[in-house]
Unconditional design. Structure first.
Length: 527
């Protein structure tokens, strides 16, 4: 069929509706019913009134059904002509330009078809769709979706980030007011040597200061309610775009979209945070301010050894030892069964992981690169043997209200049930608080494990395979923090490659006087 569009102007002006007898139509509440005038509006004589509309016909569909394309809303005829040509070309390319399906409906149907997804991946897709894509794009007709809509979504997300920043500043301000009120209350002490009347007045003043402190604390608590306090960072935006891109790519293959519009979006770059070491200077500053200097921090070998010494009597010592030296992920350690631990030959096979969503947990196979068999060192084997003996003794002595659960997991509660993964993180954080060690996350033990391996001169390829990374680049970019000992070793190595026959001693250097120094040499200047 030839491309033969027609163009005309119409408007949204309304007039009372009339029936076939010319009588005004009213609704059940006796209110006049209005109808649009459309192309018959007399105001259309004004070229600035109304908008341009186009329509054209495509080849008949199934059962000879007529297929007419009609769109409106352009200020000029030229704009309408350009959009009509775009719509026709999209239809000729196989695009479904007549569908009334919205982006929300499309994404919902697309996700329902992705039955083979791992639960973690499916959960991530659901979050992106429910929290971002549907609120911002869901109302748009699938056929009308364009890059400008997606870019506008990220603009609004950035605006939301600015609101989050303002919220934190507001809470910080209220927190200072509360802390100052508490400090005034604590500083206002009742003097024991005062008269009874003086003590009574002082106590009243102190009670008033206490009430002010409580009021400011209540104001801070109330302000937090309903406040959005979590930013959507560049890495999350890239994952959101990847979800949308996957959905649109599927639609391109089926002819639902002419192009993958998400693939045309440019987003802010996001870099994996590099792990930083708790140097003595950083520890001193943290003790002074209580602020972690970087998101990802790892201990030095000395600090790691101190942690293991301090938790040697902890029930979960074998777990901490395993995470420090072998770098398992939290979910991998939670799901690790004794059947995959070979203490005789020193091997552990990572074949499953425990995933937590809120209060619920489930096991699933890790990604292909994460399935691996790793060696375990002699001290770790000894720690696991001691723990297994303790676990067997607990099972034999169990006398709780419910029967002992033989879960087969390596790390369990006293009744044999595996712990929720979040428990390990809470327990670890509590230990660091009690032991007054520089704070790191439980996952940072994995970062530190890579650092310890590099300090021991282990090849980075071996570290990559042990950690279960898909590429050497990930290991290099993310986990290869250089501990201070390595920095000193590098400096010594550089100095060693320069051959020297004479090594001057500082006290024997013949430093020329300022007046004898060559001009521009720098000798004789004040430090």
């Amino acid at each position: 069929m030839m491309f033969e569009p027609s163009y005309y102007r119409r408007c949204g002006c309304r007039t009372p509706a009339l029936d076939t007898h010319g009588q005004q139509v009213v609704d059940e509440d006796d209110i006049p019913v209005l109808t649009t005038i459309g192309a018959a509006c007399p105001k259309l004589k004004n070229p600035k009134h109304g908008t341009w509309t186009f329509n054209f016909e495509l080849e008949a569909g199934e059962n000879g059904k007529r297929r007419r394309v009609r769109r409106t809303g352009w200020r000029t005829k030229d704009e309408a002509q350009a959009e009509a040509k775009k719509a026709y070309d999209e239809a000729m390319a196989g695009g479904d330009i007549l569908s009334g399906e919205t982006v929300e409906q499309y994404l919902t149907a697309w996700l329902e078809r992705k039955r083979a997804l791992a639960r973690t991946t499916a959960h991530g897709y659901e979050e992106h769709i429910d929290l971002y894509l549907v609120p911002h794009l869901g109302h748009i007709k699938r056929r009308d979706l364009r890059p400008r809509h997606i870019e506008a979504m990220y603009d609004r997300i950035e605006e939301g980030n600015a609101t989050v920043q303002a919220n934190w500043l507001r809470l910080e301000e209220l927190g200072k007011v509360r802390d100052n009120a508490r400090a005034r209350w604590r500083a206002h002490r009742v003097t024991t040597g005062s008269t009874r009347e003086a003590r009574r007045i002082t106590q009243q003043e102190r009670n008033a200061l206490r009430d002010q402190w409580y009021a400011t604390a209540a104001e801070l608590k109330e302000a937090r309610k309903g406040m959005k306090l979590k930013k959507t960072g560049p890495a999350t935006m890239k994952r959101i775009n990847a979800t949308l891109s996957s959905a649109l790519n599927s639609g391109v293959k089926k002819g639902d979209f002419s192009k993958n519009w998400a693939g045309m979006i440019e987003l802010p770059s996001s870099k994996r945070p590099r792990a930083q070491v708790w140097t003595d200077a950083r520890v001193t500053e943290w003790e002074r301010t209580g602020v972690r200097p970087f998101p990802v921090m790892v201990w030095t070998p000395r600090q790691t050894g101190r942690f293991l010494d301090l938790v040697a009597e902890d029930r979960m010592y074998a777990l901490w030892h395993l995470l420090v030296f072998r770098g398992l992920r939290r979910g991998e350690a939670c799901a690790l069964p004794w059947s995959e631990v070979d203490l005789e030959n020193g091997w552990i096979s990572i074949t499953q992981q425990m995933v937590a969503f809120s209060k619920f947990t489930f096991g699933e196979a890790p990604k292909a690169d994460s399935e691996r068999t790793i060696p375990i060192d002699a001290p770790t084997r000894d720690a696991l043997r001691a723990w297994k003996t303790c676990q067997e003794q607990e099972a034999a002595e169990w006398s709780g209200k419910t029967p002992y659960v033989n879960s087969g997991c390596v790390f369990t509660q006293e009744d044999g049930k595996p712990y929720h993964p979040d428990w390990y993180s809470r327990r670890f954080a509590r230990l660091l608080e009690l032991l007054e060690l520089p704070p790191i996350r439980l996952h940072d033990l994995r970062h530190g494990s890579a650092t310890l391996a590099l300090a021991a001169d282990v090849d980075i390829k071996v570290v990559q395979e042990r950690l279960g990374h898909s590429s050497r680049q990930i290991t290099s970019d993310t986990y290869t923090s250089v501990v201070p000992e390595l920095m000193h070793a590098e400096a010594d190595a550089m100095a060693a490659i320069v051959p020297r026959t004479v090594v001057p001693k500082p006290d024997e250097l013949d430093v020329p006087a300022a007046e004898d120094a060559p001009k521009g040499s720098g000798f004789g200047r004040a430090a």
